[in-house]
Design a protein around this ligand. Structure first.
Ligand SMILES: Cc1cc2nc3c(=O)[nH]c(=O)nc-3n(C[C@H](O)[C@H](O)[C@H](O)COP(=O)(O)O)c2cc1C
Length: 91
């Protein structure tokens, strides 16, 4: 996590992203950003023209720099800051 250029390898790259217009991506906040494997995921597919809604769990902090840190990994997508620690009422 201290090496911002690290990109942990995905075990599977066969998600059928092309059939979706909106994709929800959830992750735990680690050191005020998303785990680096989320960058790996966004960089492994073509999200051009798609809407990506981020949500996260955390121990108490907000997104921190997670959203701005993920945007360059899917530069042609619309990345939307969703909720941190959403409750069932948010769905
Ligand atoms: C390495 C690491 C770094 C973390 N950094 C943060 C943080 O910056 N802010 C925060 O609120 N919680 C932080 N947490 C807490 C996690 O966000 C929290 O445990 C997780 O969202 C809840 O999922 P879990 O129940 O699977 O652990 C961190 C946890 C770990 C393991």
């Amino acid at each position: 996590m201290s090496n911002h250029s690290s990109r942990p390898e995905l075990a599977d790259k066969s998600a059928d992203i092309a059939v979706y217009d909106t994709i929800y991506v959830g992750f735990p906040v680690w050191w005020y950003i998303a785990p680096k494997i989320i960058n790996s995921f966004l960089e492994s597919y073509d999200f051009s023209g798609k809407k990506i809604i981020l949500f996260a769990t955390s121990g108490g902090s907000g997104f921190g720099k997670a959203v701005e840190n993920l945007k360059p990994s899917a530069p042609n997508a619309e990345i939307i800051e969703g909720k941190v620690n959403p409750s069932i009422k948010d769905i």
